[in-house]
Design a protein around this ligand. Structure first.
Ligand SMILES: NC(=O)c1ccc[n+]([C@@H]2O[C@H](COP(=O)([O-])OP(=O)(O)OC[C@H]3O[C@@H](n4cnc5c(N)ncnc54)[C@H](O)[C@@H]3O)[C@@H](O)[C@H]2O)c1
Length: 258
């Protein structure tokens, strides 16, 4: 395959959950730019419709669907909407998560219903979305699933968010083992400090803690969501066809797993 064909996703169909969010919108645009038909899926109906409309206004092939990733029926409706709009599903980006609205409790006094809320979106959600798309991917001879992790997965003080993302790291490897024989590769991207509204919600832009943290990272900076796009396209395209079961940190070297 010629190098310029390696990242071409023409005629592929991709679903991006959390498509109304800061990173989801950037992922959706990037997938459109390399030729994919994109379905933006989010629990925020108005925002996800607006995000898809903005892509169509730029001449891209995009549509939206409202989904609650914690509800199996809702994820089936999401998959059906993608099939109806574009004929099938090749790529699923499990990007929706609770990160901004985390419970204000430590694990040692976490109310069980708050545990369920976070684990429901951050862990069960990717599982249910995967279950919903596997029949179509199988019918088409394979696919790509990319899970949205976080540097927080690999820190001892990650709290409930870190626990949920480490569980998603494990789910990534298990699903990759299970679905590999069907031609479906399952990988994950673990972003570091992101320059976005959502990132600033947990660690404000001008906070000394962010500045100190940045200086402790080999790359010495936060990155915009666009810094994640190269890895996303690698994992979605022919360029990454032999990469499976991997969680790739994209964070300037913050997390190094030896
Ligand atoms: N922004 C960061 O600093 C950062 C860093 C590391 C990892 N991440 C990860 O990147 C991903 C995207 O984060 P973001 O920064 O765009 O956050 P965001 O809050 O802007 O987007 C998350 C989206 O998920 C949606 N969502 C929440 N619950 C849902 C549900 N039940 N069903 C469907 N959609 C639901 C929200 O409506 C929102 O649009 C997340 O997985 C997050 O954990 C973000």
């Amino acid at each position: 395959m010629r190098p310029d064909e390696l990242f071409d996703l023409s005629a592929k169909v991709a679903i991006v959950t959390g498509g109304a969010g800061d990173i989801g919108r950037v992922y959706a645009r990037a997938l459109c730019e390399v030729g994919a038909n994109v379905v933006l899926a989010d629990v925020k109906a108005g925002a996800v419709n607006d995000a898809a409309a903005a892509l169509r206004a730029s001449g891209f092939s995009a549509t939206s669907v409202t989904v609650d990733v914690t509800d199996a029926e809702s994820t089936k409706v999401m998959a059906a909407a993608a099939i109806e709009a574009f004929g099938g599903i090749d790529i699923l980006i499990n990007n929706a998560a609770i990160m901004v609205d985390l419970p204000p409790f430590r694990l040692s006094n976490m109310p069980p219903e708050e545990w369920d809320r976070v684990m429901g979106v951050n862990v069960k959600g990717p599982l249910l979305c995967t279950q919903a798309v596997v029949p179509s991917m199988t019918e088409r001879g394979g696919g790509r699933i990319i899970n949205g992790l976080s540097a927080g997965a690999f820190m001892k003080m990650g709290g409930i968010y870190g626990v949920s993302k480490l569980a998603l790291h494990a789910l990534t490897a298990s699903l990759a083992s299970e679905l590999g024989p069907l031609g479906i590769n399952v990988n994950a991207i673990a972003p570091g400090l992101i320059e976005s509204e959502s990132g600033y919600a947990s660690l404000p832009k001008d906070s000394p803690v962010r500045a100190e943290l940045e200086m402790s990272i080999p790359g010495q900076k936060s990155g915009p969501p666009e810094d994640l796009v190269g890895t996303l396209l690698l994992l979605c395209s022919n360029a990454g066809s032999w990469i499976n079961g991997q969680s790739i940190s994209v964070d300037g070297g913050w997390i190094m797993r030896l």
